[in-house]
Design a protein around this ligand. Structure first.
Ligand SMILES: CC(C)(COP(=O)(O)OP(=O)(O)OC[C@H]1O[C@@H](n2cnc3c(N)ncnc32)[C@H](O)[C@@H]1OP(=O)(O)O)[C@@H](O)C(=O)NCCC(=O)NCCS
Length: 171
């Protein structure tokens, strides 16, 4: 399979925050943002693999900034690394200033998707070829995050998590 770049899976979804999507502080409800991110990330994983994709895990979510009612929110997702059948997808969330149009980063998240066939069996995906410095940085750290996710899910023994162990190794 021909390798693909992150820009080939980049998915950008822009929408407003409506009253039915807010919490009692009139900010975007966290679950609504998780759903928007899942949707964009799922399209991104599908664009990379051209297969049915399912969410296998949500590895990291940081709700760094509240997103007020009426905000214009842009969710930007792209595959950051592909393994055998799974893909890590990085999601950046931006809000736009009403007057200047300037974008501010509000949140980010990292999801893992698995490509499956019609029977739900995991199936192979193309490799990812990072291009920019940020894409390379995300690519390099993805194996560590995969191992951490598998250890937490009890699908990998901590002793087999080579990339994680390397973090704690003193020279
Ligand atoms: C995701 C799913 C296909 C994985 O099936 P599985 O039997 O565990 O398959 P495998 O053990 O072969 O794992 C497949 C890949 O997923 C990865 N994976 C599985 N669980 C993972 C986790 N918690 N974190 C990161 N990666 C994970 C494996 O490392 C493997 O990746 P690789 O082939 O790239 O090395 C299966 O658990 C499933 O269908 N889950 C339900 C998904 C779903 O419905 N999501 C929506 C929730 S509402």
């Amino acid at each position: 399979m021909k390798p693909k770049t992150p820009s080939e899976s980049r998915t950008i979804m822009t929408d407003m925050v409506l009253p039915s999507e807010t919490n009692p502080l009139n900010n975007l409800f966290g679950g609504e943002l998780l759903a928007r991110m899942d949707r964009a990330a799922s399209i991104s994983a599908r664009r990379h693999s051209r297969r049915i994709t399912v969410t296998a895990s949500v590895n990291h979510v940081a709700f760094n900034r509240a997103v007020p009612l009426g905000s214009v929110v842009t969710v930007e997702a792209a595959v950051s690394r592909a393994f055998k059948t799974s893909m890590e997808v990085f999601i950046d969330v931006w809000i736009e200033d009403r007057y200047t149009g300037e974008r501010t980063k509000a949140n980010e998240a990292i999801y893992t998707f698995v490509a499956v066939d019609d029977t739900g069996k995991p199936t192979e995906v193309p490799e990812l070829q990072p291009e920019t410095a940020l894409e390379k940085e995300r690519f390099d750290a993805a194996l560590r995050r995969k191992q951490l996710s598998l250890v937490l899910a009890k699908k990998m023994k901590p002793s087999d998590a080579t990339e994680l162990k390397a973090l704690f190794k003193e020279d």
